[in-house]
Ligand binder design. Structure first.
Ligand SMILES: CC(C)(COP(=O)(O)OP(=O)(O)OC[C@H]1O[C@@H](n2cnc3c(N)ncnc32)[C@H](O)[C@@H]1OP(=O)(O)O)[C@@H](O)C(=O)NCCC(=O)NCCS
Length: 434
């Protein structure tokens, strides 16, 4: 059991995640069995917490397993073709009942608020409606799918309206046709289509398994879309989730996560810890180095403030960072800035200063600092800079290992010398690159 200090420490470390998730749209696919899982009450609390933290939530509940159980109980024989249910009129009646019962369960659970529960005072507004227009799947290989449908259109404006008004959008895997008929739609398809239509930041697929598992049953933690597509999976449900995740990422959803609903806290772990607990699929490489922009200021400040407090880096005000953000390059990992470095060219003297090189302490030793430095070096070369210098108090040896050598302050450009902070007593190091 962690001590209360561990809790406090963990809570402090969540601030970058809270900031990065606020105002974002997450589509959460609750896989078959989720509502009956012993962890479901905790999941409801976690969803309420995300909502409270400003995440726009769309919930899609899957019904496949539950429909199978209901059909068995009624002695109705269901037919699958190519893994897709044929929805006869009789089956549609069962589908309606299962959907209605799940919807009521979700709505009632999201309405709880007893004084001694984590839901106390949460007042969640859950909204569902006719946001999904469906078309019949039709006849495939001579098999008439009848009331099995596919998503034809989603009312993205209406759905966004719900989210903008702080509602939680609940989508059931049913759609309506222009002829007024009801169609049974796959939850994977619906969740993916909703994530794409809303330009969601995340599609989170919650299922029984911890995530995507390789042949040896090991959890695959991070995959690019390309790698995920090449991964051989035996389990048809895993394949479906993988394909849904890849499709979403192909069409602009930033990240897709596959996590377990069985594990208490899996959603929080995935969203508020460095490495999460499930599988993350993203289009880009998981870590990306890029130019910083105004939206990164808060993330850069989160990274450098502790180092400034320790006197390792020179204190920069937010205003100064706002002015100088164009000089920064950042390394982003799953929406979070984990390393940065800045380049300040001095055009008159063909030199440039490297400053504010920092890697979050959890990610040090992976070559990130070196990578950022070589990137800045390349940029400096393209600006015809002949030498790079740096002022540092505690990382002299690191820069020596990167090919810098100690120099005297008179080697620095005059305007930089004028700003030299004598109290810090930093060492100057230089490296010729031209
Ligand atoms: C210096 C810093 C940016 C390196 O980041 P990083 O991503 O870990 O960099 P790399 O992975 O490329 O380099 C890691 C290597 O440098 C070594 N190293 C890290 N900091 C060092 C330091 N202050 N002195 C000497 N060596 C250091 C590590 O031990 C590691 O070596 P190893 O692989 O032999 O164990 C990071 O330690 C940091 O943020 N330091 C605090 C901020 C700072 O001092 N910045 C410089 C002033 S602008």
């Amino acid at each position: 059991m962690p001590t209360s200090l561990d809790h406090i420490d963990w809570f402090r470390h969540t601030s970058p995640y809270i900031r990065s998730h606020r105002g974002r749209t997450f589509v959460i696919h609750l896989g078959s069995g989720a509502l009956d899982s012993p962890s479901f009450p905790h999941l409801i609390h976690d969803l309420a917490l995300l909502h409270l933290l400003g995440v726009k939530l769309v919930l899609v509940h899957a019904t496949r397993g539950e429909i199978e159980l209901a059909l068995d109980a009624l002695g109705i024989e269901g037919t699958l073709h190519r893994g897709v249910r044929v929805t006869t009129e009789e089956v549609l009646g069962v589908v309606r009942d299962v959907v209605a019962s799940q919807r009521l369960q979700l709505e009632s659970q999201l309405s709880t608020g007893l004084p001694d529960s984590p839901m106390h005072g949460s007042k969640l507004r859950v909204v569902s409606g006719n946001f999904v227009t469906a078309r019949p799947l039709g006849i495939v290989d001579g098999v008439d799918f009848q009331f099995t449908g596919a998503v034809r259109r989603l009312d993205a404006v209406g759905m966004s309206g719900v989210l903008d008004n702080e509602g939680i959008l609940l989508l059931s895997p049913l759609g309506f046709s222009l002829t007024g008929e009801v169609f049974n739609i796959g939850a994977n398809e619906l969740a993916t289509a909703a994530a794409i239509a809303l330009g969601a930041d995340k599609l989170i697929i919650m299922d029984k398994a911890a995530g995507l598992l390789d042949k040896a049953g090991e959890l695959m933690r991070q995959l690019t879309v390309e790698d995920a597509r090449q991964t051989l999976l035996d389990d048809p449900v895993q394949k479906e989730h993988r394909d849904a995740a890849c499709r979403a990422c192909d069409q602009g959803v930033h990240r897709a996560h596959i996590i377990s609903y069985e594990r208490n806290g899996a959603l929080i772990e995935e969203l508020f810890t460095h490495d999460g607990g499930g599988t993350l699929i993203s289009q880009d490489v998981y870590e990306q180095v890029r130019r910083a922009h105004a939206d990164d200021i808060a993330g850069v400040l989160d990274l450098i403030r502790p180092l400034e407090d320790q006197g390792i880096l020179v204190r920069r005000s937010r205003e100064r960072l706002e002015r100088e953000i164009d000089n920064f390059r950042v390394l982003e990992r799953d929406g979070r800035i984990i390393a940065c470095a800045a380049l300040y060219p001095f055009r008159d003297s063909n030199t440039a200063e490297i400053a504010c090189v920092a890697t979050h302490e959890d990610y040090r030793g992976g070559g990130r600092g070196q990578h950022l430095l070589s990137l800045l070096e390349e940029e400096a070369r393209s600006l015809s800079v002949q030498s790079l210098f740096v002022l540092t108090t505690q990382s002299t040896h690191w820069f020596l290992e990167q090919g810098f050598s100690e120099t005297s302050l008179d080697q620095l450009p005059t305007e930089r010398r004028a700003l030299y902070n004598l109290q810090r007593n930093s060492k100057a190091l230089i490296r010729q690159i031209g």
